[in-house]
Design a protein around this ligand. Sequence first.
Ligand SMILES: CCCCCC/C=C\CC(=O)SCCNC(=O)CCNC(=O)[C@H](O)C(C)(C)COP(=O)(O)OP(=O)(O)OC[C@H]1O[C@@H](n2cnc3c(N)ncnc32)[C@H](O)[C@@H]1OP(=O)(O)O
Length: 281
Amino acid sequence: MLRSRTKLIELGKRQLCRSMCKSSELTLVEVDDKTGIATLTMNKPPVNSCNLEFLRALKSAMKEIESNKCSGIILTSSNDKVFSSGLDLNELRQPNPERLATFWKELQEMWVTLYLSNVPTAAAINGHALAVGCVMAAACEYRVMLPDFTIGIHATKFGYVVPPFIVNTYLSVLPHPVVERALLQGKIFSTQEALQINLIDEVVNSKDEALCKCADFIGSFEQTNPVARALTKRQLRAPFAKQLLEDPETELRESLEYINTPLFQESLDQYLLQLKKKNKK
Ligand SMILES: CCCCCC/C=C\CC(=O)SCCNC(=O)CCNC(=O)[C@H](O)C(C)(C)COP(=O)(O)OP(=O)(O)OC[C@H]1O[C@@H](n2cnc3c(N)ncnc32)[C@H](O)[C@@H]1OP(=O)(O)O
């Protein structure tokens, strides 16, 4: 009787996995039948830059994973050179006001969903993780990275003022003086440098190894009560998310005002030109 019930549960889980895999072209979710760990693969070619649709897909995949009572989330990329190149800069350039507001709200909501996720979160960083790409990795509880890539928030280098929730993501991983220097310099770290400052937890040589390390990390909570774990995590992280949870409108208004300034738009134009030029060389 017990065995057949277990079989039914297993079957149910498999069906759940299949239905979740269909959730979006931009994200792929695979659930391990044995561990219940969901691997959420970012799949927006060419470089997982976050536009409105991608942010929406990420948020809804994370919510779906949580509501299906998976045991944890591993965030990774289908591109073997780029984890994520951060925000899609085209969303910020001469923006349509309504789309920009929706885009920024989605960014806020995706961040809150990941940062305060009820389940353990781990990033298998199998490529460059820049700006919001780094923020997504840092919002996870554990990070493992492959060698010879880069990670960091270089916003100040190209004229962006870093919003408080992004500062707070760094502050929940790194000590204040390290955050201050990194953000003010717009520092991009190599894998090895990131390990030295504890921005990442481990370096591994392959994506498979990264996924295994993340699964081990999530497995380390097997003996804890999931509700107690989730509430304790929320308690620890709430001070960093407080501003965005209590008053997202102010952050939204300030960001939109700043994005629309000629100063910001001019530096964005220059930066995008540089990006394109690099590819023509
Ligand atoms: C209040 C507002 C301020 C908010 C401040 C918050 C802080 C950060 C927000 C962000 O996340 S801004 C995003 C910053 N990201 C970057 O600067 C990354 C730039 N990209 C790169 O350095 C490289 O593309 C890469 C990620 C290292 C990958 O290099 P690779 O050689 O593999 O690929 P490329 O040929 O360079 O790129 C392919 C293609 O994609 C375009 N592209 C790359 N990144 C972006 C992006 N973030 N947004 C839009 N488009 C991007 C790149 O130009 C290429 O296009 P084509 O030339 O092929 O048309």
